[in-house]
Design a binder for this molecule. Structure first.
Ligand code: UGA
Length: 447
């Protein structure tokens, strides 16, 4: 089928590439000419396992093209995806200006029937706004063209986006139109073998499904972080508790890892946006407010542990010390630092007069871009280099390569012989046996 995708960000690029991979003819449109040029030369602007070779292969095969020419893309596509950003507004609601600008562009150029698909995460009611924007623009130029607007949210995880896209666990299609549903079923048929993953529903339910999924996952994390904080106070180990509850299938093993708080481009933004949507409809989403508040506090928890350690010791506090920080990305296998817990930690360390030597396997460039040159930050080339001259180690992101360090070497390298483990990667007994002090999240026995 002939597909056009607006937006070559995370969602658009991965979706477009995977659709091309299964044989569709995809044109990706972006207003950023430099990005489009780069993509046409095989330069993939994000780090995502498996994506770059797939982009190159499909581009070379002529099934995947990148352009700034919206009119040509609209002429090409029988299915038109809107996959542009929906950044948070000042008040936390999703800013729809980019989505609606694409809708108007579609209205300006549409000349044959098409299915317009909202792929971006958009608040309930957006499909109606997109429909109105297209209809108004069509009417303004006196054109009569049939089109449907469908909500088809994406459920990709960063770091596993290609895999998630190629092997989705569900394909949610929200539409009242039988023809549009049939068309999308055909589009997704290559991803829907063996058993039916398509969940068809009305547009608003599909829009809410996306937010409900992310809000549920964020809730699980904040819940576990709250239990961790209680564990710390009462002298229990949340890792034991996690093992004790995960085996109940109603609770499950996923997303019950306590840590330094959730980050990324989705959970923080989506929890806020859903809270705002509810408020706009006169409902106060108290649970979601608490999920967000717990997370904000959790992002500061590592620093609290650090402060507690230094202020209660013989030492003169955090000022003047050097902290090795392992992990800057909001999670492993990505270079994305949006809303990453590391950002709050670094800001707190700097505020307290400490220096940071940081290492992340992928996010170094991103960190350099965000923080710029500063005297109290060294971005290192390896985990070992970050330890040089450091007093303490803080682990913020659970990259695999941080999982089993040589604790004796850590002991030798760290001036104050202390490890703050923001993702509970280590066995406290093993760390302590090497002569290091250990602090984890919710590990009451070490407090
Ligand atoms: C999330 C969802 O998991 C995807 O299903 C969804 O499609 C995506 O948002 C989206 O809306 O686009 P993503 O933001 O890539 O995906 O990352 P996650 O793997 O969900 O991790 C989010 C954050 O939660 C990370 O900071 C991670 O460290 C944290 N987390 C996750 C925990 O602290 N504990 C856990 O048990 C799990």
């Amino acid at each position: 089928m002939q597909v056009a995708i607006f937006g070559t960000g995370y969602v658009g690029l991965v979706t477009g590439t995977c659709l091309a991979e299964v044989g569709h003819h995809v044109v990706c449109v972006d207003i950023d000419a430099a990005k489009v040029d780069g993509l046409n030369r095989g330069v993939v602007p994000i780090y995502e396992p498996g994506l770059e070779p797939m982009v190159k292969a499909n581009h070379a095969a002529g099934r995947l093209r990148f352009t700034t020419d919206a009119a040509a893309a609209i002429a090409h596509g029988e299915v038109l995806f809107i996959a542009v950003g929906t950044p948070p507004d000042q008040d936390g609601s999703a800013d729809l200006q980019y989505v609606l600008a694409v809708a108007r562009t579609i209205g300006e150029h549409l000349a044959r029937p098409a299915v317009v698909v909202d792929k971006s995460t958009v608040p309930v009611g957006t499909a109606d706004k997109v429909r109105t924007a297209i209809a108004t623009t069509l009417a303004a130029r006196g054109a009569k063209v049939a089109f449907d607007v469908v909500s088809n949210p994406e459920f990709l995880k960063e770091g596993a986006a290609v895999e998630d896209c190629m092997r989705p666990d569900r394909i949610v299609i929200g539409t009242g139109s039988v023809q549009a549903l049939e068309k999308l079923k055909r589009l997704y048929a290559p991803f829907n073998r063996n058993h039916d993953r398509i969940v068809a529903m009305d547009v608003r339910s599909a829009e809410l499904t996306k937010y409900a999924a992310n809000a549920m996952l964020a809730t699980k994390i904040s819940f576990m972080n709250e239990i961790a904080n209680i564990a710390e106070q009462v002298g229990a180990d949340v890792e034991m508790v996690r093992h004790g509850i995960g085996s109940d299938p109603r609770i499950g093993w996923h997303f019950i890892y306590p840590g330094a708080g959730y980050g990324g481009s989705c959970f923080p933004k989506d929890v806020q946006a859903l809270t705002r949507t509810a408020a706009q409809h006169g409902y106060e989403a108290r649970l979601l407010g608490a999920v967000e508040a717990v997370n904000e506090a959790q992002k500061g928890h590592l620093f609290e542990l650090i402060q507690r350690h230094y202020d209660e010791g013989e030492d003169e506090g955090v000022r003047g010390r050097t902290f090795a920080v392992w992990g800057l990305a909001f999670k492993p296998d990505t270079d994305d630092m949006r809303e990453a817990s590391s950002r709050k930690l670094l800001a707190q360390l700097w505020e307290a007069g400490a220096k940071v030597r940081a290492y992340d396997p992928e996010a170094r460039q991103e960190a350099a871009r965000i923080f710029g040159p500063r005297a109290d930050l060294v971005l290192c080339d390896s985990a070992a280099a970050a330890l040089e001259g450091a007093d303490a180690l803080v682990v913020v992101t659970e990259w695999k390569q941080f999982r089993s360090p040589d604790f004796a070497a850590l002991r030798a390298a760290l001036g104050d012989a202390v490890v703050f483990d923001g993702r509970n990667l280590y066995d406290p007994a093993e760390v302590e046996a090497a002569g290091l002090a250990y602090y984890g999240i919710g590990r009451g026995r070490s407090i």
